[in-house]
Design a binder for this molecule. Structure first.
Ligand code: S3P
Ligand code: PEP
Length: 449
């Protein structure tokens, strides 16, 4: 099992000088995982620039190697993948260990499960708690055999792919890009058309990259907020070049840090502005945040912008459930911003937060309690009663439950609280944002590990 890291490594942050300067956060995690996967499924060479070299993505790279890709790191962020091609995957010799990564494991279940090979998936204590039924159900309909699984449809689990994978039409039971992507990736090795219907549109990186690699994908609106995505199976994907734009979910941390730390003025360069990822920015602007989108341009097929962020007086707002897919990973850091706002921020319909790396609703509430922030959980809603700028902080170390976003969110909080904040373990930050601490220090933050 991965991440059997010996003793936890606590990290602390405290308030100090205003945050100033320009930084660029690493490449997007979703696109980095998919770069490896599409590289594996292509014929020929794929060259990636700006890959996120976080632990989650490196695990996906290892899995792609085990299934037949040749992968080399040529320079920091620059990787070369020679694919095995759709239909060309080989039996992995060992267990595929995805560490902490929901995305890597679930997408690769679609990839490996749709091939006539046997593959075993495992991960760390966090991944072992996360629901995989949502992937196994549609894959079973496509003819995949679940040879074994841990209780409740969890990893470790073993899949055996059919001789011929069946195309299906499937409506996802939750707004989840991981479910959508697993089915579409399985549909690549299936004759005919695979259709995924989602009632609420989720991040569309898989659809965009399918097209970029030469597949034929049709996307039509479905209902008020949804989409139906149809993929023509068994295309020949051709290796190509990818420039990975920077990750808005990582940018969220320095962004909120600048908003809550008095006197701050920061530029975060080249942040991906895909509208299915910018719900946090929409929300913060509604709250009164000073966020300027400068120098908008295209990078790697996505619109990116430099974000100039200044310390702001924030006001509580209601965040509708419909916005959740476009900011699903940003609720922990939004709760931190809301703690410093004037009045109540109500975040509606957060049930999916309960099945992330940790139960993020519970973990956020526990962290807020340590910091002395008034809050309530009503059903699936989180209410944060902001103090209008002053937050006590202190308390016991926040329990991170192997969750990188809980760790980073409460370290950001500590940059503006009266008393320092400590998180019980910073190790998981390396899964998505390995340079978090040095980049925050570059802006002037006091973070001690
Ligand atoms: O497809 C992806 O790359 C992701 C989808 C989201 O998960 P769900 O599909 O479970 O909502 C998100 O939380 C995760 O960080 C990345
Ligand atoms: C939910 C996340 O990732 P994953 O599902 O890939 O573990 C995340 O990065 O916040």
């Amino acid at each position: 099992m991965s991440h059997a890291h010996g003793s936890p490594s606590p990290v602390a942050s405290r308030s100090g000088t205003p945050l100033k300067g320009r930084i660029r956060v690493p490449g997007d995690k979703s696109i980095s995982h998919r770069s490896m996967i599409f590289g594996l499924l292509s014929i020929g060479e794929t060259r990636v620039e700006g890959l996120l070299e976080g632990d989650d993505v490196l695990r996906t790279a290892e899995a792609c190697r085990a299934l037949g890709a040749t992968i080399t790191r040529e320079a920091p962020g620059r990787w070369r993948i020679v694919g095995a091609g759709i239909g060309g995957l080989t039996d992995p010799k060992d267990v595929l260990d995805f560490g902490n990564a929901g995305t890597g494991s679930r997408l690769m279940m679609g990839v490996a499960g749709s091939h006539p090979i046997t593959s075993t998936f495992d991960g760390d204590a966090s991944l072992r708690k996360r629901p995989m039924r949502r992937i196994l159900d549609p894959l079973t309909k496509m003819g995949v055999t679940v040879v074994s699984e841990a209780e409740g449809g969890r990893v470790p689990l073993t899949l055996r792919g059919p001789k011929e994978t069946l195309p299906i039409t499937y409506e996802t039971p939750a707004a989840s890009a991981q479910i959508k992507s697993a089915i579409l990736l399985a549909g690549l090795n299936s004759p005919g058309k695979t259709t995924v219907i989602e009632r609420e549109a989720t991040r569309d990186h898989t659809e965009r990259m399918l097209r970029h690699f030469g597949a034929s994908v049709e996307v039509v609106p479905h209902g008020a907020d949804g989409r139906a995505i149809t993929l023509q199976g068994q295309p020949e994907l051709r290796g190509t070049d990818i420039v990975v734009p920077t990750d808005p979910s990582s940018a969220a941390f320095p962004l909120v840090a600048a908003l809550i730390t008095p006197g701050s003025d920061v530029v975060i360069e080249g942040v991906m502005m895909n509208p299915l990822r910018t719900g946090l920015i929409t929300t913060l602007i509604e709250m009164g945040a000073s966020i300027e989108r400068l120098n908008e341009r295209d990078e790697g097929g996505e619109t990116v912008a430099d974000l100039r962020v200044r310390h702001s007086r924030l006001t509580g707002v209601t965040v509708p459930h419909a916005r959740a897919p476009s900011m699903i990973d940003e609720y922990p850091i939004l709760a931190v911003a809301a703690s410093f706002a004037e009045g109540t921020t109500r975040m509606q319909g957060l049930h999916e937060l309960r099945v992330k790396e940790s139960d993020r609703l519970a973990a956020v509430a526990a962290g807020l309690a340590e910091a002395g922030v008034e809050h309530e959980i009503h059903g699936d809603d989180l209410l944060v009663h902001g103090s209008g700028g002053k937050v006590r902080g202190g308390g016991n170390p926040v329990a991170t439950h192997l969750d990188h976003r809980i760790a980073m969110a409460f370290l950001v909080m500590g940059l503006a609280t009266d008393q320092p904040m400590t998180v019980d373990d910073g190790a998981m930050i390396a899964t998505s944002f390995p340079s978090f601490i040095p980049l925050m220090r570059e802006l002037g933050a006091t973070i001690q590990d």
